[in-house]
Design a protein around this ligand. Structure first.
Ligand code: SF4
Ligand code: FES
Length: 248
């Protein structure tokens, strides 16, 4: 396949970026999207040019690092996959593909297609944990009975990989889907009840401090989420927040 890539190039957070055009030949349909970018970078390096910087780690849909906006969609045209799981057979010979970083005030560009998502880490640090006694008296998790429905919903929320596609898809750059998944995975379990009140208050406060926008229920986040995180989590977080505010 011969393709034309239009890629966002930006030296660093303080420089002005621009779209650059790169023709690429010999792309195989069985290549992943990131392997196709590897081929492009090999060519750029051989020509003595600066390779395109993009984020990646596991390359199997686990880490959430591969945050690319492809033809205007976070993680590209397929549903329920990350960029590293997208294959070039999804494109046709002669296509032009536009590749940009995830754009949000709270995700500043580090270089080219790589953004800084440490704002998500700070939201997690604000309350995304439980306190467990590890002094030798730890209770076996299986000793606490949990309704199957709650266990399943908690597990589904815990599938969030923190990729940031929900923020990139949202016209308000809201982080409500991510934060609500991280609140829900604990709120649904007895182990998460101890810190429940301060968790939701602190995580929402940190989310606002980071400069993410408000949720206006467009649902774009749910559509683009590679892990199928449901909007129900946002409703649950809003209930948790209201109840915590009244207690507070
Ligand atoms: S909710 Fe979905 S889109 Fe948002 S960070 Fe988690 S996995 Fe990514
Ligand atoms: S590189 Fe880890 S999810 Fe894509």
């Amino acid at each position: 396949m011969k393709l034309t890539l239009k890629i966002w190039r930006q030296k660093d957070a303080n420089s002005k970026g621009s779209m650059q055009t790169y023709p690429i030949d010999g792309v195989d349909g069985d290549m992943s999207f990131l392997e196709m970018l590897d081929v492009l970078n090999d060519g750029l390096i051989n020509q003595g040019e600066d390779p395109v910087v993009f984020d990646h780690d596991c390359r199997e849909g686990i880490c959430g690092a591969c945050s690319l906006m492809i033809n205007g969609e976070p993680h590209g045209p397929d549903r329920l996959i990350t960029t590293c799981q997208l294959h070039m057979r999804r494109f046709n010979d002669g296509d032009t593909i536009v590749i940009e970083p995830f754009r949000a005030k709270a995700f500043p560009v580090i270089k080219d297609l790589m953004v800084d998502r440490s704002s998500f880490e700070r939201i997690q640090h604000a309350g995304g944990y439980i306190s467990v006694n590890t002094s030798g008296n730890t209770i076996d998790a299986n000793a606490i009975p949990i309704e199957k429905e709650d266990a399943d919903a908690s597990f589904n929320a815990a599938a969030c990989i923190g990729c940031g596609a929900c923020v990139a898809a949202c016209k308000n750059a809201s982080a409500m889907l991510f934060t609500s998944a991280k609140v829900s995975q604990f709120a649904l379990l007895p182990q998460g009840k101890v810190e429940a009140t301060r968790r939701v208050l602190n995580m929402v406060e940190q989310m606002d401090k980071e400069g993410f926008g408000n949720c206006t229920n467009t649902g774009a986040c749910e559509v683009e989420c590679p892990k199928g995180i449901s909007l129900e989590n946002i409703a649950r977080m809003n209930r948790e927040y209201l109840s915590a505010s009244l207690k507070g």
